[in-house]
Design a protein. Structure first.
Length: 227
């Protein structure tokens, strides 16, 4: 799992793995310490004004306000919406949704409401990436926040953990490359993928806000509970 400086498949109460769900009351989990920038005389890196220290949000409302400003590249790592069951059927095929665990009607409604929450707050979403699993693609599409781009590194490695390290490194690199581009990128993925990046076990539909403070460091800024 990626190393973070602090502190997105499954159905309600039925995770992809046996780890316990966090309390839904934990709406925000701020970083343990502020971003450390190079000193004035440090010429080892060029850090633009856009990467001044982030004022750590103290509430869910603060976190939404931070995303509204989007003065830097934030990533919202989201576990797909509610989907009954665990894992996928034994006859799973990536290109055939009928062989996969899919969103319930409640999950479809949850995805729509999540998209509404972003639109109502006028969050400047610039990109939407998704796992190629049908439940993730459907979640991203129902949110209606922009064209959905399948992104293989977000695919579940629940059945084949040997790909975890490579996929997690690719997602981390995408977050790092996004750091200087203002706006919000949404990544819809699975519980195991979210946990590998953030050390957080998310509920279905929960969102983890991330930012790369340095070219090699990804931080958890906070958590937005499932809607």
């Amino acid at each position: 799992m990626a190393v973070l400086t602090c502190l997105f498949a499954g159905c309600a109460g039925v995770p992809e793995s046996a780890a316990p769900q966090p309390s839904p009351s934990a709406a925000i989990a701020p970083a343990e310490s502020p971003v450390v920038l190079p000193s004035e005389g440090d010429t080892s890196a060029s850090v633009p004004d856009a990467l001044a220290p982030i004022p750590l949000p103290q509430s869910e409302a603060d976190l939404w306000r931070l995303l509204q400003q989007a003065d830097r590249g934030y990533v919202v790592l989201m576990r797909h919406a509610l989907a009954p069951g665990t894992g996928d059927p034994s006859n799973f095929q990536l290109q055939d949704c009928s062989t996969q665990r899919n969103l319930s009607s409640e999950g479809q409604a949850q995805a729509r409401e999540t998209g509404n929450a972003f639109r109502q707050r006028q969050i400047p979403v610039v990109k939407v990436l998704s796992s190629q699993w049908c439940r993730c693609l459907e979640t991203a599409e129902l949110m209606q926040l922009g064209a959905v781009e399948p992104f293989a590194p977000l695919n579940s490695f629940f059945r084949d953990p040997t790909t975890e390290a490579e996929q997690t490194a690719q997602v981390r690199q995408a977050i790092i490359e996004n750091r200087l581009s203002p706006g919000v990128t949404i990544m819809v993925t699975h519980q195991v993928n979210v946990t590998a990046i953030s050390d957080i076990f998310p509920q279905s539909g929960e969102m983890i806000v991330l930012h790369a403070s340095d070219p090699d460091q990804v931080e958890v800024i906070g958590r937005l509970p499932a809607i």
